[in-house]
Ligand binder design. Structure first.
Ligand SMILES: Cc1cc2nc3c(=O)[nH]c(=O)nc-3n(C[C@H](O)[C@H](O)[C@H](O)COP(=O)(O)OP(=O)(O)OC[C@H]3O[C@@H](n4cnc5c(N)ncnc54)[C@H](O)[C@@H]3O)c2cc1C
Length: 442
């Protein structure tokens, strides 16, 4: 009888509540792993994501008329993409809405946890789990454009060891529409709406349009948080809070809550080197089909919509441009203060960019395009992080000591160093580890 009462009481024990801030890579992975241990609510500032399905003829016409003058105007064309200009001039690209920046990602899935491993953080278990949850393929050569095939062969001949990029999704059935970074309209590319949907199916609630302003803390713990939707402001109580608002959003939430972050920020700057190539049709290719690893940067074919729409050197038609991206890990000398972001290119960053440009010039020369025919794109950056870096001391707990006892961070803010490559899988592995610790601790 006593046993029965015990079981009965356990069954009706109130379920603890967890709030996850942000519905991107980290937030979705944490929500999926937490739901069941907690009743999870995800608060996402943006709206439900919708891929860009309409023709690009209208923005092209606006460009021809000279109406597209600033990359920050991209949200008028594609509301899920946000560009902000950092002090120092660099354009920062992030996603806004369910799925976060993953909906705009090119789908590359690489494990890049060497820096975390050096701290003693072994994420093998979480990467194994992700292998079962995220389909990855390199079987997408059928949708490469002709110049990319030739560039691959040229890189092989130059001994650069080009590798097809592993893509998250089912890219073997890619429809070659070229819209990867505008949201795959064919459901081929994986994005973080998938783990979010699984969390929802298991009972999690995803509330869109809620911007988290600050956490409410007392006695070293959070009681909940204050979020705003339009003119409505509301207090959400919570037993545990996981902040995963992205490398730029998370430091803002923490700072507004009186929790200090480090005066540093790293990003991965991107610069494209392009040429006119009649009939290239790279605009219809899946983004970044292969890559070449170099000392301090990587190269990959990439049609850069930001440059195409907003850089006067990139003239229509889109189908007659072929471009190669240089991507590098910067020196991490940036900072986030609320909404204000500072990023300054250092001499070391410039030196790597110059080496990248020189390598692109060599590749284009092999393809018969002389250096004088090349033009650059707009310097922009993604992959922000590093404002609350884990140390060897807190790698096991994944809980930096400045955080209240029931507040956690689950995004690239925790990375000790820039990755210089695609961070989604590593963010999700880390977020799943954070979720594990939250479930054990609360
Ligand atoms: C063009 C582009 C291509 C990319 N391609 C790749 C790729 O191929 N592979 C790869 O691994 N990575 C890629 N990335 C990077 C990758 O998408 C991001 O690094 C990753 O999504 C970051 O995950 P996150 O959860 O930290 O943040 P995000 O995915 O950005 O999610 C954060 C979410 O939090 C929300 N938010 C912010 N502030 C608040 C607030 N106060 N309250 C509530 N919600 C808030 C945001 O709206 C957003 O939805 C790419 C990035 C860009 C810009």
């Amino acid at each position: 009888m006593r046993g029965l009462v015990h079981v009965h009481l356990r069954a009706f024990r109130p379920v603890k509540t967890a709030i996850v801030v942000g519905g991107g890579a980290g937030g979705a992975a944490a929500a999926e792993a937490l739901q069941g241990h907690f009743a999870v609510t995800v608060l996402e500032e943006g709206r439900a994501f919708r891929p860009y399905r309409t023709s690009l003829a209208l923005p092209e016409r606006c460009k021809r008329l000279g109406a597209l003058v600033d990359a920050r105007m991209i949200r008028a064309i594609f509301p899920a993409m946000r560009v902000r200009k950092a002090a120092g001039g660099m354009m920062l690209v992030t996603g806004h809405g369910t799925g976060g920046t993953t909906t705009l990602a090119t789908g590359n899935g690489l494990r890049l946890d060497a820096g975390l491993k050096r701290l003693g953080l072994d994420l093998d278990q979480e990467f194994d789990e992700l292998r079962r949850l995220v389909p990855i393929t390199t079987g997408h050569r059928a949708s490469w454009c002709e110049p990319s095939r030739r560039a691959f062969a040229a890189c092989e001949a130059m001994g650069l060891g080009p590798e097809p990029l592993p893509k998250m999704g089912h890219h073997e059935r890619c429809e070659a529409c070229g819209h990867c970074v505008l949201g795959c309209p064919h459901g081929v590319k994986w994005d973080a709406r998938q783990p979010l949907a699984r969390a929802r199916a298991a009972g999690a609630v995803v509330r869109e349009g809620w911007r988290v302003e600050r956490l409410v803390t007392a006695g070293g713990a959070a009681k909940g948080l204050v979020a705003r939707r339009g003119l409505r402001r509301r207090f959400f109580p919570a037993d545990a809070i996981v902040v995963a608002a992205g490398g730029l959003g998370t430091p803002g939430v923490l700072q507004r809550s009186g929790i200090p972050t480090e005066p540093r920020l790293f990003v991965d700057p991107v610069l494209c080197v392009a040429a006119r190539w009649p009939g290239a049709r790279q605009d219809l290719e899946l983004s970044m089909p292969f890559f070449v690893r170099q000392d301090g940067f990587l190269l990959a074919p990439y049609f850069d919509y930001l440059s195409y729409f907003f850089d006067r050197r990139w003239t229509p038609p889109a189908g007659d441009i072929f471009s190669i991206m240089i991507k590098l890990a910067d020196s991490g000398t940036g900072a986030v203060a609320g909404r204000h972001v500072t990023l300054r290119e250092t001499a070391a960053d410039r030196e790597r960019i110059e080496r990248g440009i020189a390598r692109c010039v060599e590749i284009f020369a092999r393809l018969g395009v002389p250096a004088r025919a090349l033009f650059l794109g707009t310097l922009n950056a993604g992959h922000p992080g590093g404002t609350l870096p884990l140390t060897a001391g807190d790698a096991a707990s994944v809980h930096p000591p400045v955080l209240p006892e029931n507040v956690w961070v689950a995004d690239a803010s925790l990375f000790p160093e820039p990755l210089g490559g695609p961070p989604i899988l590593t963010i999700m592995a880390l977020a799943r580890r954070v979720a594990r610790r939250v479930a054990a601790a609360v």
